[in-house]
Design a protein around this ligand. Structure first.
Ligand SMILES: Cc1ncc(COP(=O)(O)O)c(C=O)c1O
Length: 386
């Protein structure tokens, strides 16, 4: 049976052009990019080409791209790098953060809050949207940073970054946006003039273990590692060259095919929803209808536990995901779904399907047939007529 992978928000397969670039870098760019000799210079050339490719997709200057080990690291650096610099200047610095941010952002903010920092949490509406008025109420002149994601990873909500960023700048706060799920799939966040942007390679057919932080030139920001000797003194650790080169190649791929990929993704998602409407009876779309990513849809199947459904889907060759897995691998209700007003029971009935540009319409139609069969079977079992 063919496998149909509908979990691209979790990670994506490496594209062949990325694999080729990685292989080339392993053969040719194995030197230490900080070394002065030929081997070092060669590695440096590869690294800088990757930086240009990432900057081209993000539409910024290569000097504003700093490589990290992941989107999570970029997120935490954005928060910590701002606090370390500005806390000396303000008595009680305030950070405003969204309730449905990625756990990397939420967790570091909780840590700072437990240390006595003034952290304010912005609540989204039922569609996962942060309201500009809500942000206005939390902003004050001590606010040093606002961190609100561009596109949510569980329900796909796209935020009005331009307005949220502009408002934050009015009180002199820096604006950070997590654009891990948006890179290549939405207009560049840089158009909206944020100060800090987190991105990651493995959501766009690049390798895992590499990300970047965009740091707008001219802002006050602290290195991630003290006395760092890489990344213009902002980061340390000899660079993971194959990962960085692979990230560059993935950005090149998405930059070259951006319109084609975006149109295809829009079509794939609408086929998925139409087929579901035709074939499946009782479900609720949790993702917003408007201003939602074409790569993500979150669906609730009332009275059916997501965990059992996912196992059924997997056996039928369809990969999707739900909630957040804890250490034991069991599913906990997603804090994002609880924050938009679902009960624990409802949150445990939700499944995220997420799409990539290499899925075909036929695969989507086949996937929905399999999903519907499993859902109908589980309903019969639940009603005791299976
Ligand atoms: C919105 C968002 N931010 C950050 C991350 C973390 O990225 P990484 O897996 O590269 O640490 C993810 C990954 O799922 C994400 O979806």
């Amino acid at each position: 049976m063919n496998r149909i992978y509908l979990d691209h928000a979790a990670t994506t397969p490496l594209h062949s052009s990325v694999i080729e670039a990685i292989n080339r870098s392993i053969r040719e760019a194995w030197g230490n990019p900080s070394s002065l000799h030929f081997e070092g210079r060669t590695a440096r050339k590869y690294r800088e080409q990757a930086r240009e490719q990432v900057a081209a997709l993000l539409q910024c200057s290569p000097e504003e791209i700093y490589f990290t080990s992941s989107g999570s690291e970029s997120d935490q650096w954005a928060i910590q790098g701002t606090i370390s610099i500005v806390q000396k200047e303000k008595k009680q610095p305030r950070i405003i953060v969204g309730e449905i941010e990625h756990s990397a952002v939420r967790n570091i903010c909780k840590k700072f809050q437990s240390w006595g920092f003034d952290v304010q949490w912005l609540k989204p509406d039922k569609w996962g949207r942060y309201q500009v008025d809500g942000l206005a109420q939390l902003l004050n002149s001590d606010t040093i940073l606002v961190s609100l994601m561009y596109c949510n990873n569980e329900i796909g909500t796209i935020q009005e970054i331009e307005k949220l960023c502009e408002l934050s700048h009015r009180v002199g706060a820096l604006f950070h946006t997590d654009a891990v799920q948006a890179l290549g799939k939405l207009p560049s966040p840089i158009l909206y003039k944020p100060d800090l942007v987190s991105i990651s390679a493995h959501k766009i057919n690049g390798p895992k273990g590499v990300g970047a932080l965009y740091i707008r030139s001219g802002i006050k920001f602290s290195p991630w590692i003290a006395e760092a000797s890489q990344e213009k003194g902002m980061h340390a650790g000899t660079e993971a060259m194959p990962a960085i080169v692979g990230f560059g190649a993935a950005c090149e791929l998405w930059n070259t095919h951006q319109n084609e990929f975006q149109n295809h993704l829009r079509n794939i998602k609408s086929v998925f929803l139409k087929e579901l409407q035709k074939n499946c009876e009782d479900y609720e779309i949790i993702s917003p209808n408007e201003n939602c990513s074409d790569t993500i849809v979150n669906i609730r199947f009332p009275e059916l536990e997501a965990e059992a459904l996912l196992l059924g889907f997997d056996l039928a060759g369809v990969a999707a995901s739900a909630g957040s897995a804890c250490a034991s691998g069991a599913l906990k209700p997603s804090p994002v779904l609880l924050s938009i007003g679902l009960s624990e029971k409802e949150a445990n009935e939700c499944i995220r399907f997420s799409f990539g540009p290499f899925l075909t319409e036929e695969e989507i139609i086949q996937a929905v047939q399999r999903i519907t069969q499993i859902v109908n079977k589980q309903r019969k079992i639940q009603k005791g007529i299976g």
